[in-house]
Design a protein around this ligand. Structure first.
Ligand SMILES: [Ca+2]
Ligand SMILES: [Ca+2]
Length: 131
């Protein structure tokens, strides 16, 4: 169940209907803030660092992304819409590594993963420009 919370927070989809339902007495309050990125980074490394070197390489990160995708919360209206194609988790992992691999070793350690989460969770306008 703990993983679900991380999934919801990480994907940042904003549809915290489950949490809202569980806190009916506090209805109207804002949903609780997601756990801090350093906490999520530590959790993801703990869960998906298959070779136990303390960092997530591309394939480990891809596994993490696939897990998060498979466990993403449903969004309102999704059932009436066609499922979007599943993203290429391997490519997402490579994107995250190329964005946040500060020491250039091709893996994201906990600090780098935290940086990646900060970047990927930050609300940003949709990118329309393609090069
Ligand atoms: Ca590893
Ligand atoms: Ca690195």
């Amino acid at each position: 169940m703990k993983n679900q919370l991380y999934v919801i927070a990480l994907l940042g989809l904003g549809s915290l209907t489950v949490g809202a339902a569980e806190n009916e007495c506090q209805r109207g309050d804002r949903p609780p803030p997601p756990p801090p990125p350093e906490e999520m980074a530590a959790q993801l490394v703990a869960d998906f660092d298959a070779d136990l070197d303390g960092a997530l390489k591309a394939e480990e990160l891809a596994t993490a992304m696939a897990f998060l995708y498979d466990n993403r919360p449903p969004r309102p209206g999704d059932e009436e819409m066609e499922e979007p194609p599943e993203p290429d988790h391997g490519q997402v992992a490579l994107d995250m590594i190329s964005t946040a691999d500060l020491d250039g070793d091709g893996e994201l350690n906990e600090a780098e993963l935290e940086e990646a989460l900060v970047i990927f969770m930050r609300p940003h306008p949709p990118r329309h420009h393609r090069s």
